[in-house]
Design a protein around this ligand. Structure first.
Ligand SMILES: Nc1ncnc2c1ncn2[C@@H]1O[C@H](COP(=O)(O)OP(=O)(O)OP(=O)(O)O)[C@@H](O)[C@H]1O
Length: 607
């Protein structure tokens, strides 16, 4: 029962619960060993006074020394175990939690990322876990250990004198009661301080991400002002939290210390009444002086234990978020991708599917100038079309018409609200996202590259590919020509997101990656849109290798690309408006024909 409570309240693993229990046990034993040491001092003092007052012989020094050595050894062993089970193993727990959270995030639906921002999630994985780490190592075991040890000591003291026991220990439940009672006062301040910390982190991240745009638009001063305001507010919230924590903790500590004068007062009155002698007072004072030490340490950090409950709640929210499931075996009859009456909205209820490889890329499907659909508004309405194996199917339409959304649904980044997406007759909503994505290669306009070598970046397409296979894919994607110019060829590090390469070179690397994967279905966000003529020709050559005999769905922005497509699906307002071959559609004289005409006219514009 205690284990279940700890798991729920502090988001612990089974192993972590076991460690906290062991930490509590070993800390209790340590505290009791220290108390036993106090009784040694008491016995020595008692013998000494008996010698002075009754002329009894002094305790033998060898007996005392042996007792001292036994005490020191027992304390060493107890503290070693207590240290191991509190400070020592805590890193295993926090490491396990971070990995568990990261693993969970990897498999969560994209809808989850729609309503949580990255700085907040990073703060949960790093900051919240760090708070938990501190609470496990410095507070939880020690607090339970101190409580159990004081309960044991209370029972022992009650045998000596019940009134004195109450006078010595009354402050512990009162101090803890005040602390736990005022916990609710602290929670809003802790949440505000964390929210401001996340806001500051977000702004710093945005400033760094957008540094070029900020400089280009002369917005540096404005950004810095906003950033310093956020950081100031964050500091103020942090300070306010410290003040409130200080008041709460100091009050509890003062109350805790009141036990010493009350013990002396009660003891003196009992001595005056002749009920106890000075040795009992001495014994009680020894106990009182020791019993608060472990509480002192816990109280200094107890606000972290309170904060850790909110941290745990945020971690549990991620852990309890439902994952997208599906069958692990996927054997479609062919690789036709078929949309059957598909409707979809990006509401809270929409369920999206995340995938580790695709996560970064998918975020880049966000439309630059698309109209923003209101939450819950349908962005695809009763869409039906088939992208056949061996054909290029182009999705065409105005900005915001739903082209990228169709591509996302085709790869099960999200699941439709109504209707089905089938691959080779199999409903992909029933297939595990990672298994499904093994059948897809994706090339998007904004390529995501890692700060790795050219070789490492291409190999992401297929981790077990040999160097020769990587080089062959790179050659087919026309990468050779620029890789040869790099100082260390394929072993050159290309900087964060390939910052040392041009747009065309980055795109060719992403095509090489897709070629290496050699997946039967290719999703392509018209990759050549922002390139100069020479780069575009090279990328087009590379693409022709990639697309041969595959099911290709291309999000086409330019009519020139569409001319070579086998099939065109024209979307408008989330509906299929026209469908057919490019020739048929031009002959129809509808939206497609108008778009072709508009682009033809714009191609003749001169500056
Ligand atoms: N992650 C999202 N959350 C909420 N709404 C979204 C999201 N992504 C897109 N939308 C909305 O869905 C609608 C269709 O967007 P989509 O990106 O599919 O259009 P598109 O045709 O690909 O546009 P573009 O050609 O500009 O890239 C738009 O109204 C857009 O605002």
């Amino acid at each position: 029962m205690i284990g279940a409570h700890l798991k729920k309240t502090y988001a612990m693993t089974d192993h972590g619960v076991k460690n906290v229990m062991m930490g509590t046990l070993t800390t209790t034993i340590t505290n009791l060993v220290i108390m036993a040491g106090m009784s040694l001092v008491y016995l020595l003092m008692q013998g000494f006074i008996a010698h002075l007052t009754q002329g009894e012989s002094l305790p033998a020094p060898t007996q005392f020394l042996i007792a001292l050595v036994v005490f020191a050894l027992a304390l060493f062993v107890a503290q070693l175990f207590a240290y191991t089970y509190t400070y020592g193993v805590v890193y295993e727990e926090s490491g396990a939690q971070r990995i568990h959270l990261a693993e969970r995030l990897r498999k969560l639906p994209l809808s989850f990322f729609g309503h949580r921002d990255l700085a907040d999630l990073t703060e949960t994985i790093m900051g919240d876990v760090a708070i938990m780490e501190h609470a496990y190592s410095h507070v939880l075991g020690q607090l339970f250990g101190a409580l159990i040890a004081s309960a044991v000591v209370a029972v022992g003291l009650a045998f000596y004198n019940f009134e004195l026991m109450v006078a010595a220990l009354w402050s512990i439940p009162i101090a803890l009661g005040i602390l736990f009672g005022l916990r609710k006062l602290l929670a809003p301040a802790q949440n505000r301080a964390r929210a401001m910390k996340v806001a500051a982190a977000e702004e710093i991240q945005e400033t760094i991400d957008c540094i070029r745009e900020i400089r280009a638009t002369n917005q540096g001063a404005r950004y810095m002002k906003a950033l310093s305001q956020t950081i100031d507010t964050s500091e103020r919230e942090g300070f306010a939290l410290e003040v409130i924590s200080g008041i709460v903790v100091t009050s509890a500590m003062i109350i805790l210390r009141l036990s010493l004068p009350t013990t002396i007062l009660v003891a003196l009155s009992l001595i005056a009444e002749g009920k106890i002698d000075f040795m009992v007072l001495f014994g009680f004072l020894l106990v009182v002086s020791r019993i608060y030490a472990p509480f002192d340490q816990c109280l200094m950090l107890i606000t972290e234990l309170f904060a850790s409950r909110s941290s745990a709640a945020r971690m549990l929210a991620i852990q309890e978020e439902p994952l997208a499931g599906g069958a692990l075996s996927f054997t479609p009859q062919n690789h036709d991708v078929c949309f059957e009456h598909v409707s979809f909205s990006y509401g809270e209820t929409g369920s999206g599917i995340a995938d580790s490889q695709m996560l970064e890329r998918s975020t880049q499907l966000e439309p630059a100038g698309a109209s923003v659909a209101a939450a819950g508004q349908q962005v695809l309405k009763d869409i039906s079309f088939t992208a056949k194996e061996g054909e290029v199917t182009a999705l065409v339409g105005p900005s915001g018409s739903g082209k990228s959304t169709c591509a996302r649904l085709a790869a099960r980044f999200w699941d439709p609200e109504d209707g089905r997406v089938l691959v080779g007759g199999v409903d992909i909503a029933q297939v595990d996202p990672e298994v499904l994505l093994g059948h897809y290669a994706v090339v998007f306009q904004d390529v995501v590259l890692f700060d790795d070598t050219v070789m490492g970046n291409i190999r992401l397409g297929r981790r077990d590919a040999t160097d020769e296979e990587v080089r062959a894919a790179a050659a087919a994607a026309n990468c050779d020509e620029f890789v040869e110019r790099l100082p260390e060829g394929y072993d050159t590090f290309i900087g964060e997101n390939g910052s040392k390469l041009s747009g065309g070179e980055r795109q060719r690397i992403s095509i090489a990656r897709a070629l290496l994967k050699d997946a039967p279905i290719v999703l392509l966000d018209e990759a050549t849109a922002s390139l100069d003529v020479e780069s575009e020709t090279k990328v087009q050559e590379a693409l022709s290798c990639l697309l041969a005999n595959k099911t290709v769905i291309v999000i086409a922005h330019r009519m020139r690309t569409v001319a070579d497509a086998d099939h065109v699906v024209v979307l408008d307002g989330g509906r299929v408006l026209e469908e057919g071959s490019p020739c048929e559609l031009r002959a129809q004289g509808g939206l497609f024909a108008r778009m072709v005409e508009l682009q033809r006219e714009s191609a003749t514009w001169t500056l």
